[in-house]
Write a protein that binds this ligand. Structure first.
Ligand code: PLP
Length: 356
């Protein structure tokens, strides 16, 4: 009896269509980290079918794996261009987001070798200070435009650092800085918005938006009502129920003690499956419509719930994620974000894709 993870591909497509309907520009899809743990091989073709023409991965290897699944699409690789990777990019028709002058020179050299123009995206730094071309590098570039020889800058992009905080003045500042930088690349498309960025307003949509989280049912605008369709349902059958006495303890370290005679149910999901250990004595699951508390420490492969107040039997399912309580809510209890809940969903679930 294994836990079951159900992933609603129709809901992901609906979420993409909803976001695509919000802006006049293009709507891409971010499918890095295996579509946030949900399976890029299943998700990407469904999104392509829905009309998505541009996909973002983080790694080159993710993009290579994606290529045969979305043969017509543009695939952009966010993590830059390693010194010896150009040939592989070209062989699989992938476009790098160039994040340094070094990346640019590698791409320029490849273009010279091939004697044709190569498309690229420039990722510009406006505040994340993570992986992008900074102001100084841009100045050097404008000083010597031959560094762009052979490189067709199709798009410039930047990334918001606080898009989930609409009141944060840095959003506007980044947008203005970005527009000023982008003006130096006439003809290039401009992209700034991730999922929460889309909900900062039409000014942020520009030519292309890059949602990830919202496609997978996470709430892109925590200050507003949740408008994305839920995507995942995770349930696990009870493997065993034990009757324990008042005063007995449960799990490693005896971190929970029964204050009354209790019925204790164990499921075969642990931190190795993405049930974060920080949910120890904090998480809940649903038995039918009733939340039941996770008691004791989460083990690697098992977790324990107090089912004293519900008529549970071995084999009955406990529901960890569904429409009522999604990854965002589980994340709150775990002290993390929904993104991390999704990307740590384990490989041992029986996965079922529905509504393809
Ligand atoms: C991950 C990522 C996105 C998608 O962000 P979401 O918040 O999941 O929508 C967009 N752009 C860049 C550069 C990213 O790294």
């Amino acid at each position: 009896m294994t836990a079951r993870l159900e992933i609603d591909l129709g809901a992901i497509a609906d979420n993409w269509r909803y976001l695509a309907g919000l802006s006049k520009g293009e709507t891409a899809a971010v499918v890095k980290a295996d579509s946030y743990g949900l399976g890029a091989a299943q998700v990407a073709p469904v999104l392509a079918q829905a009309g998505c023409k541009t996909f973002f991965t983080a790694h080159l290897a993710e993009a290579v794996a994606l290529r045969p699944l979305v043969p017509q699409a543009r695939i952009l690789v966010l993590n830059g261009l390693a010194p010896h990777a150009a040939a592989e990019f070209i062989a699989h028709d992938l476009t790098p987001a160039l994040v340094s002058l070094q990346d640019l020179s590698v791409w320029r050299a490849a273009a010279a070798r091939l004697e044709r123009k190569l498309a690229a995206v420039l990722h510009l730094e406006t505040g994340m200070n993570r992986l992008a071309l900074g102001k100084r590098e841009l100045a050097a570039l404008h000083e010597d435009r031959t560094q762009l020889d052979g490189v067709a800058v199709e798009m410039v992009m930047t990334h918001l650092l606080a898009a989930d905080a609409p009141e944060d003045a840095r959003n506007q500042r980044q947008l203005q800085d970005f527009l000023a930088m982008a003006a130096r690349f006439p003809g290039a498309k401009r992209s700034i918005a991730n999922s929460p960025g889309i909900f900062l307003g039409a000014d942020f949509h520009l030519d292309l938006t890059r949602p990830g989280a919202a496609l997978y049912g996470l709430n892109p605008s925590p200050a507003q009502p949740h408008r994305m369709r839920p995507v995942v349902r995770l349930s696990a059958p009870i493997l065993q129920i034990r009757d324990i006495q008042r005063g007995e303890t449960v799990g490693y370290g005896a971190s929970w003690t029964a204050l009354r005679p209790s019925q204790i149910a164990t499921i075969g999901v642990g931190y190795a499956d993405g049930l974060h250990r920080t949910l120890s004595n904090r998480g809940t699951a649903y038995f039918d419509d009733t939340p039941v508390p996770l008691v004791g420490r989460v083990s690697m492969d098992l977790a324990i719930f107090d089912v004293t107040d519900v008529p549970a039997n071995p084999g009955d399912p406990l529901v960890l994620l569904d429409a009522r309580r999604g990854a965002d809510e589980l994340a709150d209890a775990a002290g993390t974000i929904g993104y991390e809940i999704l990307t740590s969903l384990g490989r041992r679930y029986q996965r079922r894709y529905i509504n393809a």
